[in-house]
Every structure is written in structure tokens, then in C-alpha cells.
Write a protein of this length. Structure first.
Length: 337
């Protein structure tokens, strides 16, 4: 069983490696004695045990981990080799880019947090819309009026408890309780990676070559969806199909994937000038969750984003991340069962 799940794939981080280790700048550390840069093994960084494994019929499913491996990671090196040779990209390559961008945006711990935030804000409306749809079907005689299940939601993944509450002889309510955590994250990924990600097929891409003596860094949340208004006004809340959202993804120290949704790129391969490269580097670093990765020690990283020294916060976040699967097993599965 593939227990140790990498939310930033090893084949990706290998592009920055030196002897199977990568230079790491941690954005949150417990004390000042922690080195500014350290070298980590790519086999253990940006990974978490049981992260993508989920319970189906009392057994762990590796379906999502296998999808990442077979559909994305296995093609990455050949894709990079193609770009290194400045080859043209065919339809299959462009479809692969869509899948690569979507999976890497969703599968990180940063993606998990984004998913929780979105669902926390919208889950009540989703449930209301679903109940209204079921009620309409009941009124129209499409379904029998005897279920207390929300049939349009996958019960095997979503932690839901439903209950019929009879207030009086005329008023009956459907009560829905849920826990938003790993289950809803996995459900969202499986849903988005089935069809929704294909909206990225319409995006026009280009590959930026780094300037001389310049290396792109990357991070533990390497896909950047940037809404840019001016140099002092921007955010990282861009949408997959939002016009003018910039998509930034460092592919290696020398290659970077770039697009602006709704804008046609005039050529596939471009050489970045220094000012543009520094600006893009800033966005990559600012979008990082807890770690920035580099081919070598880079003073630009610390000048752009100072690390935070806070033992209490470090231990809290470390515990929250490590408990993602534990909370799923102890709390969410009770709702699914």
C-alpha cells in the first residue's frame, strides 16, 4: 500500500535536486537556531502518510494516489524533455498541461485549506439547493416521498448525517449535519478532476526560459492563480476560467509555464527578461504555504518573504496537518457509516 503520499511529487522536485536533496527555506520555524536554508531528501519532503487514502467498504482505496501517479507523474519527465528540446506541443501535450495544473493546484495542503474555506462558506447553500431539487422531484412525482437521503451526493465519500425532523403535523424538516475535512476535499478533487479541469484546455500557454544566471524557485504550493491589478494590488484567488487570471507554474529551475486566461500567446517559447523574472519569482514565493524550494541557496527568497519564528504557531500547524487523516478516521468516518 502506498502510505507515504507526496503532495508535491518527487519527479517534480527532482528538477531542483542535487544528489537527491533539495535546498529548502522554511517560512515558519520553532526557533531562531533553525538554519535559514537546509537540504532535505525529496523522498520525505511535502509528503504525509495516508493523505490520499480513503475508506471504501472498510478498505483503503488508493484510487486517487494511483491517478496522480499514472495520469500525471509518469509523464512529467518526458514532458520536460520535450520542452528542453523546444519541441512543438500536440493536442495530447496540451491536455496533459490541463491535468498537471489542475491536480497540482488541488492536491497540496494549501489546496486542502482552500477547499475547506470554499466549502465552509458555500456548503449550506449547496445543501439547500440539493434539498430544493429533491423536493421539486417529489412534488412532480419523479422520486418517491420516502427517502431521508440526499441521493445526489456520494454517500461513500461525504460525511453526512441526515434526519427527518417533524415539528408538528404540517411541518417536516430535513436536518443535515456534516464535517468539512479530508472527505469533502477528496470528493471535490475527484469531482473536479473528472470533467471540470477541462476548462483549462482552452488556455493558451507559453514556456518562459529563465534569464542568464537566474533560477526559478518553487514551493510546497507551486501552482499560482494570480489576479493582478497593479504592482501593489494583486491576490492569489484566481479561478480556472476567470478571464485575465494569470497561471504561473515553475517546471524546473530554467523553465516556467505561464498563461493569462483569455489572452492568446503569440509564441510558445519565450526568454524572460530580468524584471519579469524577479516579479514572477516574487509571486511564487508569496504563494508558498510553508516551504520554498530552490536549486541552491538564494538570498532573494528571504528578502521577499521573511520567515516567521513562532514555536506555538509552528506546533499548532504541524499538529493540524498531521491530524488530517486521524480526524478523518475518528470523526468523519462515523458520519459516512
Amino acid at each position: 500500500m502506498k502510505i507515504n503520499n507526496h503532495y508535491v511529487p518527487q519527479i517534480y522536485l527532482k528538477q531542483w535536486k542535487q544528489k537527491n536533496k533539495i535546498y529548502t527555506y522554511e517560512l515558519l520555524v520553532p526557533n531562531k537556531k533553525c538554519p535559514i536554508w537546509k537540504r532535505e531528501s525529496i523522498s520525505r519532503t511535502s509528503s504525509l502518510d495516508y493523505l490520499y487514502l480513503y475508506n471504501i467498504n472498510k478498505e483503503f482505496s488508493e484510487e486517487l494516489e494511483d491517478f496522480f501517479s499514472f495520469e500525471v507523474e509518469n509523464y512529467y519527465q518526458s514532458f520536460i524533455d520535450k520542452l528542453t528540446n523546444h519541441s512543438s506541443l500536440d493536442e495530447n501535450d496540451l491536455k496533459y498541461i490541463s491535468k498537471l495544473i489542475a491536480t497540482q493546484h488541488l492536491r497540496t495542503i494549501g489546496g486542502y485549506i482552500r477547499c475547506k474555506q470554499v466549502l465552509t462558506n458555500s456548503f449550506e447553500d449547496i445543501i439547500k439547493d440539493t434539498i430544493e431539487k429533491i423536493d421539486k422531484e417529489i412534488q412532480e412525482g419523479v422520486v418517491q416521498h420516502k427517502t431521508n437521503k440526499i441521493s445526489s451526493i456520494d454517500e461513500k465519500l461525504l460525511p453526512l448525517k441526515t434526519n427527518i425532523v417533524k415539528k408538528d403535523d404540517k411541518n417536516v424538516f430535513l436536518e443535515v449535519n456534516s464535517i468539512i475535512g479530508k472527505s469533502t476535499w477528496i470528493y471535490s478533487m475527484k469531482h473536479l478532476l473528472t470533467k471540470t479541469y477541462k476548462v483549462l484546455d482552452d488556455v493558451s500557454w507559453c514556456i518562459y526560459e529563465a534569464p542568464e544566471h537566474f533560477n526559478w524557485v518553487t514551493s510546497d504550493d507551486p501552482v499560482v492563480f494570480l489576479n493582478y491589478y497593479d504592482k501593489n494590488t494583486y491576490d492569489f484567488k484566481g479561478g480556472w476560467a476567470s478571464k485575465n487570471t494569470n497561471i504561473i507554474f515553475p517546471l524546473s529551475p530554467k523553465k516556467l509555464l505561464f498563461a493569462q486566461i483569455g489572452v492568446k500567446q503569440n509564441v510558445l517559447y519565450k526568454k524572460a527578461d530580468v524584471d519579469f523574472a524577479i516579479q514572477i519569482q516574487r509571486f511564487i514565493i508569496e504563494n508558498a504555504f510553508l516551504k520554498v524550494y530552490s536549486f541552491k541557496e538564494d538570498n532573494m527568497v528571504s528578502s521577499i518573504r521573511n520567515r516567521v519564528v513562532n514555536r506555538k504557531k509552528f506546533l499548532r500547524i504541524k499538529k493540524e496537518i498531521e491530524q488530517i487523516h486521524e480526524n478523518y478516521m475518528n470523526d468523519e468516518l462515523l458520519y459516512i457509516k
